[in-house]
Design a protein around this ligand. Structure first.
Ligand SMILES: O=c1ccn([C@@H]2O[C@H](COP(=O)(O)O)[C@@H](O)[C@H]2O)c(=O)[nH]1
Length: 276
């Protein structure tokens, strides 16, 4: 069985280093001339999948915008995940779960067990109950060739108050998370299956990402103000493992498929130039 790290490495080699988020904000539904209801949600998500799932390496549905519509929204999320994967994109479900281990095991079952209708190639998780509490997700991901992206240095301005705090041992909370994930990925080729989320907006924080040996998801580009030129300051020598992620910057170019594709080509060219 191919690991997530292997599958991602191949997808990026074939399609380029880009993740596009599927974030059906109410404002985007309005901008696309769609109603803020289940029909609008379904149309929006289907259009993005039709436009991009056969060409971008990773699609990242943001679960919140689907959950907003209750069980019918979750049904649309299920079909979005399935259609995206069928068309060849890897699906990173941005769901940011995190809980005590026994509950985490149930979340892992929901999102990383192939028997689940929400099963994705990878998910985002929050480490604030301790990285060890995420072990059930790491285990299930490893068993089925899935991936897990752990929040480390998030793109929002509120993040540093928690993430830069110095923990026991004199390291920051973020560096503790980074180091624990680095240990699991150590020596794996071509890339470990545990990733980190590190915002493109954070600048040079002095955190050491050099030993992560896993994918570094970089949200915060475009609508949050981050640019490809910011990536070098944030990631330094780890640029080769960065997976830049755009949502609104691309989505606001819809609803025409040609517009979405042109915006994707534009941001991909920009990040390719920056990543070298
Ligand atoms: O640190 C983080 C972690 C996750 N996100 C998510 O990424 C997208 C960003 O959307 P844009 O429209 O490109 O700003 C969104 O789903 C966030 O929840 C993040 O922004 N920062």
């Amino acid at each position: 069985m191919e690991t997530f790290g292997e599958r991602l490495h191949r997808a990026v080699a074939e399609r380029g280093p880009l993740c596009v988020g599927i974030d059906p904000h109410a404002s985007l539904l309005a901008r696309w001339g769609l109603s803020d209801d289940i029909a609008g949600l379904e149309r929006f998500a289907r259009t993005v999948v039709d436009a991009l799932a056969d060409r971008v390496a990773v699609l990242k549905p943001q679960s919140a915008f689907f959950e907003r519509f209750g069980s019918r929204g979750v049904a649309v999320l299920e079909s979005t995940i399935r259609q995206s994967r069928e068309a060849g994109a890897l699906v990173l479900l941005d769901v940011k779960r995190g809980d005590i281990g026994s509950t985490m095991a149930a979340y892992a079952d929901a999102y990383l067990n192939p028997a689940s209708t929400l099963c994705s190639d990878a998910i985002t998780v929050s480490p604030y109950l301790g990285v060890g509490s995420l072990q059930p997700a790491f285990d299930l991901a490893a068993a089925h060739g899935g991936g897990v992206f752990v929040l480390a240095l998030t793109s929002n301005p509120e993040g540093p108050a928690v993430q830069h705090a110095v923990a026991g041992g004199g390291k920051t909370v973020a560096q503790t998370v980074i180091d624990e994930i680095s240990q699991v990925n150590a020596g794996v080729k071509p890339l470990g299956s545990l990733g980190l989320v590190v915002g493109a907006t954070i600048g040079d924080t002095g955190h050491d990402l050099s030993k992560v040996n896993g994918p570094l998801l970089a949200p915060g580009l475009g609508a949050q103000g981050g640019t490809p030129d910011d990536l070098r300051a944030v990631f330094g020598e780890s640029l080769h493992n960065v997976l830049p992620s755009y949502s609104r910057e691309v989505l606001s170019a819809g609803p025409e498929i040609a517009g979405l594709r042109a915006a994707t080509d534009r941001v991909l060219a920009g990040v390719r130039a920056a990543l070298g």
